[in-house]
Ligand binder design. Structure first.
Ligand code: AVI
Length: 720
């Protein structure tokens, strides 16, 4: 040995120690998991797929004995030659074995004797691990440890299945799980796909089925940031999901019929009709916020069909999991295994290894579906992005749930689109909201004009009459050559009253977000008032920071009729008035119309008219979203509601979901419970003093106030 070899040797020894240490920890963890179970618990087998805990403890020990001690520890003889038959799981190369469905008949060896077998093998393993380790031993050690960890999860799955058969619903672990917080709406993250690489690279441990790493093409797709919840599954049940053959694969539908499935595995309805489920903590009410678990592939696929989605392929899942890191996608590894749409098969270039261990995963590569991620019962650090779990599509006893995916069809939605961002933010809020300004597409503007003509909608008529009466007084305050700046001018109907009374106005500067409304209004005013210069400004008036070019050199007079100020909350109204003051300038005049609080018997019909025009106006925000953001709202599945909120002194408009439903907006899915509302508009009705306080806070002095006879409506003259 040269001095240069020394550090390498130390490293080798250190890693041998680490391996021995890991061996002890993994083996101890199995014993800790088995500790709460009595010998009777450990011996029973609840179905052919599940094995007794005692058998898992024996089998994992046999694995080390067969694949490490016998070939590599000189002089080792098997603890008991009969154990090879009892604890061989499926290795044909090793020899015959106890049939899997009859593992529960193995009353001998006793649980205690299995403990002694474990201790014997552990002592021999300590001797093996104390000697220098060849790469082959190391490789088998890694496999043996990962194998034992797989059985640790199986112990929990199988004991849960066993305990679920007991009329006593025993708890493996005491106490109820804490209630989960609402995970919020599913967000569908977009992934570009393309030619991606999946599978484990050569370095480090991975099971044989994770290799070889290879390239595969993935079309652009979207993947939900979280798992489907029990609450969402309940909606599927209540929507008759288990009774609709059209949602199910033929084999799945046959299972539904044969086994009478009407809910996930372990779910049961109690006397009150509420659902409970069996967990490792015993039987408990189903937590609507927890991920759904114990669903078969058939159920997962049916749910996805019902939700208008699909399951991700395993390549999509892995590409997304590796691309997103841990931030964008939630619940990747620690909640439930996630069914994928991929059949479990060999990766291109896969070849089973030589000998018995070549049987580990390869021979099961048919008739099963792949699951990705990990679950609460998966030992910490056991799983990874490339990990491929697999089960028959009808199995439900493992901890399996789902995450939805979809094709990426929405490339027309521009990132950074304010409408999309505000709609997503509002629909993600609780309670859900949408900004009122999005009522006003072309159809919304037309509907609003129709509202202004309604017998119940007193505002327009009353304000118009009031303006006609007070126009001379307003005109007297307007200087010669002024520019009349109108905020949210729309059709500029009321403007004419002021223009008629004040011919000294030289320029009209309407500000509106709708170019078509502005063009039409400007054209018709130019025709009616040939001496008037019209200088329109296409802008959201809440954002306008400069007057149009044509207003330069003229004294600005602001005009903001229609009680649009009432569509802003008091603090927003104050900000808006302050901005208007900056825009119009020191000393300017500002004429503002605002509705006044009054009897709800007058207010409510004004916002819920007999002809349903306001209802159509309200629903139009959904139509607008459908058209511009690829939304899937069924507007008629939402009822129009107008309510008087006395505490806030405002009329509120809401859209109430008439049923449980899932709606997509852009990449995002939103669940609506029946009766849940979207708050779409506030229309504040300020007592005159309240409005004047806001105006004063914004730096304005109220120089005159006019209030109509019943129904009351106010016009204020403010001075900067
Ligand atoms: C534009 N704004 C003043 C109307 C209002 O009365 O709040 C909008 C409206 N909403 C329902 N009907 C009319």
């Amino acid at each position: 040995m040269t001095p240069d070899d020394l550090p390498a040797m130390e490293l080798l020894d250190a890693s041998a120690d680490a391996l021995a240490d890991r061996y002890r920890r993994v083996r101890r963890r199995t014993e800790v998991l088995a500790a709460p179970l009595s010998p009777e618990d450990q011996a029973a087998q609840s179905m052919p797929d599940a094995s007794p805990t005692k058998w898992h403890r024996g089998h994992t020990t046999w694995f080390f004995e067969t694949f490490l001690l016998t070939p590599f520890l000189p002089g080792y003889t098997a603890y008991d030659p009969s154990f090879g038959y009892l604890f061989n799981s499926y290795y044909e190369t090793v020899g015959p074995r106890q049939p899997r469905p009859q593992r529960g008949l193995l009353t001998r060896p006793s649980t205690q004797e299995v403990g002694a077998y474990r201790a014997h093998v552990d002592a021999a393993m300590a001797r093996l691990l104390a000697a220098p380790l060849t790469p082959e031993i190391r490789e088998r050690m890694e496999l043996g440890l990962a194998h034992e960890e797989q059985h640790q999860e199986l112990i929990l799955m199988d004991i849960l299945h066993l305990f679920a058969q007991s009329p006593l619903s025993p708890a493996y672990q005491p106490g109820a799980a804490p209630a989960r917080p609402d995970p919020g709406p599913q967000r569908f993250h977009r992934f570009a796909g393309g030619l991606v690489e999946i599978g484990a690279c050569e370095a480090g441990f991975a099971f044989d089925n994770e290799r070889p790493r290879h390239k595969t093409y993935v079309a652009p797709f979207r993947l939900s940031d979280r798992l489907v919840t029990n609450g969402e599954w309940l909606a599927f049940i209540e929507a008759g999901g288990y009774g609709r053959a059209d949602l199910w694969l033929s084999e799945g539908w046959a299972r539904v019929k044969e086994e009478g499935w009407e809910a996930p595995g372990y779910w049961r309805r109690d006397e009150t009709g509420a659902w409970t489920t069996m967990t490792l903590r015993g039987r408990h009410p189903v937590d609507p916020n927890a991920p759904v678990v114990h669903v078969s592939y058939y159920e997962a696929a049916a749910y996805a069909a019902w939700a208008g989605r699909r399951l991700p392929t395993e390549a999509e899942w892995e590409a997304a999991a590796t691309a997103s890191g841990m931030t964008a996608l939630r619940q990747l590894y620690g909640a439930t295994w996630q069914w994928t749409a991929s059949a479990y098969g060999a990766y291109p270039g896969f070849k089973p290894g030589p000998g018995a261990l070549g049987e580990y995963n390869g021979k099961f590569m048919v008739s099963q579906m792949t699951l990705r991620g990990g679950c609460e019962a998966t030992p910490p650090g056991h799983t990874r992005a490339t990990y491929r779990n697999f089960f028959h599509p009808g199995s439900r006893w493992m901890f399996a749930g789902l995450r939805l995916a979809d094709d990426d069809r929405l490339s027309e939605v521009k990132p950074g689109d304010a409408f999309l961002e505000e709609a997503i933010a509002g629909l993600s809020a609780s309670p859900k909201t949408l900004p009122a300004k999005y009522f006003y597409d072309a159809e919304g503007s037309r509907l609003f004009e129709a509202i202004c003509e309604l017998p119940e909608y007193y505002l327009t008529r009353t304000e118009t009459a009031l303006l006609r009466r007070i126009a001379p007084q307003i005109a007297a305050r307007i200087p010669d050559g002024a520019v009349l700046v109108e905020f949210g001018s729309g059709a500029s109907t009321k403007t004419r009253i002021v223009l008629d009374a004040a011919p000294q106005i030289a320029v009209y500067a309407p500000i509106d977000i709708s170019p078509t409304a502005l063009d039409e209004a400007a054209a018709s005013l130019r025709q009616a008032y040939p001496a008037l210069a019209v200088a329109p400004l296409v802008e959201d008036f809440t954002k306008a920071i400069a007057l149009p070019e044509g207003a330069r050199g003229h004294t600005p007079v602001g005009f903001f009729p229609g009680s649009t100020i009432g569509n802003f909350a008091p603090d927003e109204a104050e900000t808006l008035l302050r901005q208007a003051r900056t825009l119009l300038g020191e000393g300017s005049l500002f004429i503002v119309g605002a509705d006044v609080a009054k009897d709800p018997a007058v207010l409510i019909p004004a916002y819920d008219d007999a002809q349903g025009v306001t209802a159509a106006f309200n629903r139009n925000v959904l139509v607008h979203i459908n058209r511009e953001l690829g939304g899937t709202f069924d507007p008629m599945a939402f009822a129009h509601k107008a309510v008087w909120n006395a505490a806030e002194s405002r009329i509120e408009m809401h859209l109430e979901s008439m049923r449980d439903q899932i709606v997509m907006v852009g990449d995002y899915g939103f669940r609506f419970a029946a009766g849940e509302t979207i708050h779409t508009e506030n229309s504040y009705k300020y007592p005159a003093e309240a409005f004047e306080t806001i105006a004063a806070r914004a730096g304005w002095t109220v120089v005159q106030r006019w209030i109509s006879e019943d129904p009351t409506f106010a016009v204020y003259a403010l001075q900067a």
